[in-house]
Design a protein around this ligand. Structure first.
Ligand code: PMP
Length: 449
């Protein structure tokens, strides 16, 4: 199909996510034909650095020979089969290796097929756990403002980004929400690196008052990604774990974005040395090749669902593609690559490169903050330094930077006034430098007026 026909049919029939369809009149979607390492390549042969890992899923580059081989090998055995009453080696191997890697105590793995559905399953598991352990009044979930946990109704209910959520408010679950940490505009005037998270007090107070009704607290550990790559300190998670223990409330860690090395460690919880009761993983789990998600649970939670048929305790939650063998086989290969290619060990130099570029961005008059956590890097642009006044959302500053970078062959993504990169973990340093140089030029260009 030639490009023109493709774009015409796209305009006529395809409903793209997260896009004002009308924007396609001025900025049509780019038809991608193939990919190679960190590059997406369009039909005209133009190469784009995928510096956002295609929405944070890609870990080791596109068209990866080892991941492709794992898929090809599995496809010749079986692509998919029912996972109720049947099992297969890739799922079993993946589950046992994830448990060995995960924070201590997470010994059970439940399979779903995307991040939102993993969050739904975790919320239901927590709720049902309390129903089956004589605490049926624990029915509500507590989450943070500006959190993002997915778009399905349950996941959206515990999300806080008003842009995604407000219109659906009448159909969302009732729960509790407390102010999340906002280190850039810290109300206490503290610094992220040295503070002891006094902002945790609001959460502590609410849990102390209402813990009898609260089943679980769900957070994105250390990084509220969709909120604008907001980063907060590990001691917040330590306090959260302690609070959950004190009041018998589950801690659900949504590591869908942070898992698999993005933050410099395998999981963000490792920075704090804490173990959640339930942990959701997706995105990087298959290195960006197949949809797959899991919920890891403690034995304590699992056992509350264990019983005779007549006890009616089972977790009656399933998806047709649960435990898909292709996805599991490629996820096992992802773990092999982590293990055999020293991926985590190779990140320090790349992280240092990102950090070394910080000061030149900070010197720009409209850069409010440069944030970095492992391989996650973001710049928040502001209208004035005095009072950290943001640009109006209608200015679409992030989008303007995105467009400038795209013209220069680099895919960054905007989140309001924030522009970020979250490149594949194997991105060569020369390409990382190019990404930062392009981001710099694009920000200068857009903010100079
Ligand atoms: N939780 C977090 C922290 C996420 O970043 C995302 C996706 N951006 C989700 C949940 C939802 O995952 P999915 O898009 O696969 O439904």
């Amino acid at each position: 199909m030639d490009s023109q026909t493709l774009l015409r049919l796209d305009r006529e029939h395809v409903w793209h996510p997260c896009t004002q369809q009308k924007d396609h009149e001025t900025l049509p979607p780019i038809p991608i034909e193939r990919a190679e390492g960190v590059y997406l390549i369009d039909k005209a042969g133009r190469r784009y650095v995928d510096a956002v890992s295609s929405w944070w899923v890609n870990l080791f580059g596109h068209n990866h020979p080892r991941l492709n081989d794992a898929l090809k090998t599995q496809i010749d055995k079986v692509s998919h089969h029912i996972f109720a009453g049947f099992t297969h080696e890739p799922a079993v191997e993946l589950a046992s290796r994830l448990c060995a890697l995960a924070p201590a105590g997470l010994n059970r793995v439940f399979f779903t097929d995307n991040g939102s559905s993993a969050v739904e399953a975790a919320l239901k598991m927590s709720f049902q756990y309390w129903q089956q352990t004589q605490r049926p009044q624990k029915t509500k979930f507590l989450s943070l403002t500006d959190a993002y946990h997915g778009e399905t109704v349950g996941a959206l209910s515990v999300s806080g980004c008003s842009l995604y959520r407000d219109i659906y408010r009448p159909i969302l679950l009732e729960g509790f929400q407390v102010q999340g940490p906002d280190c850039f505009r810290c109300p206490y005037g503290l610094k992220r690196d040295t503070c002891q998270s006094p902002c945790f007090e609001a959460l502590e107070q609410l849990v102390s008052d209402r813990h009898r009704e609260i089943a679980a607290i769900i957070v994105e550990p250390l990084l509220q990604a969709a909120a604008g790559m907001r980063i907060y300190p590990p001691n917040y998670l330590c306090k959260l774990r302690e609070l959950c223990d004190r009041y018998d409330v589950h801690y659900i860690a949504d590591e869908i974005a942070t898992g698999f090395g993005r933050t410099g460690k395998m999981f963000a919880n490792n920075h704090a040395g804490v173990s959640p009761d339930l942990m959701c993983l997706s995105k990087g789990i298959t290195g960006g090749t197949m949809p797959l998600a899991v919920v890891l649970a403690t034995d304590r939670i699992y056992e509350a669902f264990y019983g005779d048929y007549v006890d009616l305790k089972a977790f009656l939650h399933s998806h047709s593609y649960t435990g898909n063998p292709l996805a599991c086989a490629v996820a096992v290969e992802v773990l092999n690559i982590f293990e055999q290619e020293n991926i985590l060990g190779s990140l320090a130099d790349k992280e240092a490169l990102l950090a070394d570029n910080r000061s030149r961005f900070e010197a720009l008059p409209h850069v409010g903050e440069v944030r970095q956590l492992g391989m996650v890097w973001a710049v928040e642009m502001i209208k004035t330094q005095e009072g950290k006044i943001p640009y109006a959302w209608q200015d679409r500053m992030g989008l303007e930077v995105y467009k400038q970078a795209l013209e220069r062959g680099v895919i960054l993504r905007p989140l309001g006034n924030v522009i970020y990169c979250m490149p594949p973990l194997t991105t060569p340093e020369s390409v990382l430098q190019e990404v930062l140089d392009v981001a710099f030029e694009a920000i200068v260009e857009v903010t100079r007026l």
